[in-house]
Design a protein around this ligand. Structure first.
Ligand code: FRU
Length: 484
């Protein structure tokens, strides 16, 4: 089956129409995962920012809802977060808890620097309509021009709200009893991490190390904007450390820069708030683009898509606590088995694959010995996307040099690699109309890349160092369309 849509992902969220960038206000409430997003409802390039809105119950079937927030006298609605105010600390609610959004108001000033200040809004109807607080803005900075993207969470130990927010080339941590009055706790980021671009869209959350809830560490995500000096464009780094409600102290391993994703197209991602304790997961989604070329990608009528939902965990790998990403397990419900092979050689596998024509699918492959293995995906006479493992270098790669339309930006074309301690003998690859997301060695390394092949570039093949190498398991699942 060949999908007839051009470039619109079958199982990735993208807006019905017009422009989208960062995920915003991701919060779980009353059985719904909310996704708000940076949205320009009147154009297919970045413009006056609104918050678009979509909800999902299963993390892959999305329902798009009307625009949630529009610019006002304080300016555009930039990125931010949302929380459930369970105990009515804000005083906005009566009997029922509701949602509070904390976001940046970006005000353009003629002949001067723009002003970025933080504001709040509340919703009493599950995020369908929002009331902006009459006391907005609630937080401004006396010196930073870049002061944006507040991510707020409840810190149980200190019984206060904590806000992490990008301020220039650092992040600032504020505390509040009521989401309205904020006090600076600390600033983090001077002399540590990558400063190859302005700091944006931070997040901070605790995770159990190796599933041991007696051993928790805090993870900080910090996206960095595109700077023409770096061909990677915009990227997201992470730090691991300790947090006492006020100050973040990074571990030794966080002294070197650590990237969340080794592809080009996973930016401004943050985690969902208020996932119920009995679930306990930390779920993440990023914007599947890069500021380097985000405004030029060759889609029509709309522009921008999100990654699939992913679960973040902390695992000790080679003695180092490492951030690991896996597809959210809900993604398995979207599977329709197409091919299931066990203990097959590369030749046999190739024979089976040669009968398939697929655009939106998952490959789950495991093999027995450390070897170089390469999948050729979304392939036709003229197009191909290579996803493979180089056993000598012990790295996983995506090569999109011949993946389809590549000429809309000089740095789009290329091969992206991630090294994996201990090598790779397991790949999960999510392929869609215009993207590949590769999870190597059970999520130890991830590469997320956009691709723009013809819709009939739908063949799949595989090669390896040795033709008699055995795949212990090779699954292909078609993934069904998911917008209602
Ligand atoms: C990140 C970002 C944010 C900002 C938003 C504006 O992609 O630059 O820092 O709030 O996009 O749309």
């Amino acid at each position: 089956t060949i999908s007839t849509t051009d470039y619109r992902g079958a199982y990735h969220f993208s807006p019905d129409e017009k422009w989208m960038n960062d995920p915003n206000g991701m919060v779980f409430f009353k059985g719904e995962y909310h996704l708000f997003y940076q949205h320009h409802p009147f154009g297919t390039t970045w413009g006056p920012m609104h918050w678009g809105h979509a909800v999902t119950k299963d993390l892959f079937t999305w329902e798009e809802l009307p625009v949630a927030m529009a610019p006002d006298e304080h300016g555009m609605i930039f990125s931010g977060s949302a929380v459930v105010d369970w105990n009515n600390t804000s005083g906005f609610f009566d009997e029922e808890p509701g949602l509070v959004a904390i976001f940046t108001h970006h005000l353009e000033v003629p002949n001067d620097q723009p002003i970025q200040r933080q504001s709040i809004a509340y919703s009493k109807d599950n995020g369908r309509t929002w009331n902006k607080y009459e006391g907005n803005p609630v937080l401004e900075h006396e010196s930073y021009v870049d002061f944006r993207d507040p991510k707020v969470f409840w810190h149980e130990q200190s019984k206060e709200w904590v806000m992490i927010i990008a301020c220039g080339q650092t992040v600032c941590l504020y505390r509040s009893p009521n989401l309205k009055d904020w006090t600076l706790g600390s600033e983090f980021g001077t002399g540590i991490g990558s400063h190859d671009g302005v700091w944006e869209c931070p997040d901070l959350f605790p995770l159990a190390v190796d599933g041991d809830h007696g051993h928790e560490k805090w993870v900080m995500l910090v996206s960095i904007g595109a700077d023409p000096a770096f061909k990677e464009g915009s990227r997201t780094q992470y730090f691991i450390g300790d947090f006492d409600g006020s100050t973040f102290v990074p571990d030794e391993a966080s002294r070197t820069v650590r990237w969340l994703d080794h592809g080009r197209d996973n930016y401004a991602g943050v985690s969902w708030s208020d996932i119920p304790a009995e679930d306990g997961r930390r779920l993440f989604m990023g914007w599947m683009s890069n500021w380097m070329y985000a405004n030029q990608t060759p889609t029509e009528g709309y522009r921008g898509a999100m990654t699939i939902a992913r679960e973040l965990t902390l695992e000790t790998i080679d003695g180092k606590v490492t951030l690991v990403q896996r597809p959210a397990r809900e993604m398995e419900q979207a599977r329709k088995p197409i091919l299931t092979l066990h203990n097959v050689s590369v030749q046999e596998a190739r024979k089976h694959l040669s009968t398939l024509q697929l655009v939106s699918y998952e490959v789950d492959a495991q093999w027995e010995s450390e070897q170089s293995v390469q999948f050729t995906l979304r392939s036709s006479a003229s197009h191909q996307t290579l996803v493979g493992v180089d056993a000598n270098q012990r790295e996983v790669y995506v090569d999109r040099s011949r993946s389809g339309i590549v000429d809309f930006h000089e740095h789009f074309l290329g091969r992206h690699t991630a090294s994996v301690q201990g090598g790779v003998q397991h790949l999960r690859i999510y392929v869609d109309s215009s993207s590949v997301e590769v999870f190597a060695s059970n999520g130890q390394a991830v590469i997320t890349d956009l691709i723009y092949p013809d819709v009939d570039a739908a063949r799949i093949t595989v090669d390896a160092d040795q033709e008699d190498m055995l795949f212990s398991a090779l699954h292909i699942y078609q993934l069904s369309p998911v917008k209602v």
